[in-house]
Design a protein. Structure first.
Length: 286
């Protein structure tokens, strides 16, 4: 006799995954600004250019309006799905439990997808304009620190921090995402003083996560290009991740698969840079 799937399993399983996502996300997902949206696209920020005062030279002259540049940054969602088979009835009964290994596996998959979306948005193409149709590529001319045939160094950290200061973003919470290799690079740099070395050693050991004005985040999902790791420094307001309609799941029986049960989950996500000057790429040789 087949095990009948209670109707409340759909909601309770989704709730279990959502609770796990809240409890066990990732430092990278927690670092960016997050929002919920509806519709085909979302306008996440309005960008305004600089304006300057003009000298008034004549009494009673006409009002002269200054021009200010308006830009709008958009997030475009992408739909993602994940489907798992559930072969045994005892496993099916566990789906309603917060300890369900299926919920844990789907949470982990969701977190990995969120990290990949954020990383791609940080250095990818953003969309601006009235309807989000203008492509804006990552500015490698001013927002990239080249590798110079070296890994992560104190000099690169100083250069990144200088760029944030020049762009008046250093008063925000700053993050730096890099792989394990770059943590090791910092220990070997000759620029590190004895006090810096102790801090970097603690950073590598996971005892602290702050150094040189940045909160460090470890990720092995960063892209590489021509043997160079593309590390990402950003201000918290510089990256936004959006979610549409929350998580949706269905647990059903597949007659075409010998009546095997399956879990289907869907989510719609997107991310973008809000401003070019709030994201800095640091290239490091691997």
């Amino acid at each position: 006799m087949a095990y009948e799937i209670p109707d409340h399993f759909h909601k309770s399983f989704t709730t279990n995954v959502e609770l796990l996502l809240q409890q066990k996300t990732s430092p990278l997902v927690d670092a960016v600004t997050k929002s919920g949206f509806t519709g085909e696209a979302a306008q996440v920020v309005k960008q305004f250019g600089e304006v300057d005062f003009a000298e008034k030279t004549t009494r009673g002259d006409d009002t002269v309006w200054a021009d200010i540049e308006h830009k709008q940054r958009w997030i475009l969602p992408t739909d993602y799905t994940l489907t798992l088979p559930v072969d045994k009835e005892d496993e099916l009964r566990m789906l309603d439990s917060p300890l369900s290994p299926y919920a844990a596996a789907m949470r982990a998959a969701a977190v990995r997808k969120m990290e990949d979306i954020i990383i791609a948005a940080a250095l990818g193409t953003a969309y601006t304009g009235k309807n989000g149709t203008t492509a804006t590529v990552h500015d490698t001319s001013t927002q990239q620190i080249v590798s110079s045939s070296a890994g992560m160094t104190i000099t690169k950290l100083r250069s990144a921090l200088e760029k944030f200061r020049q762009n008046f973003a250093a008063d925000e919470e700053l993050f730096l995402v890099m792989a394990a290799k770059q943590f090791t690079n910092l220990l070997a740099t000759t620029e590190v003083t004895s006090s810096d070395y102790n801090t970097v050693k603690a950073l590598v050991n996971g005892e602290v996560n702050n150094f040189m004005g940045f909160k460090f985040i470890h990720s092995e999902r960063l892209a590489t290009a021509t043997s160079e790791r593309r590390c990402i420094a950003f201000a918290k307001s510089g990256l936004v991740m959006g979610q549409w309609n929350g998580l949706e799941s269905r647990i059903s029986e597949r007659a075409d698969k010998n009546y095997t049960n399956q879990i289907f989950m869907r989510m719609s996500l997107g991310a973008t840079r809000t401003q070019e000057k709030k994201v800095v790429e640091i290239l490091c040789t691997e």
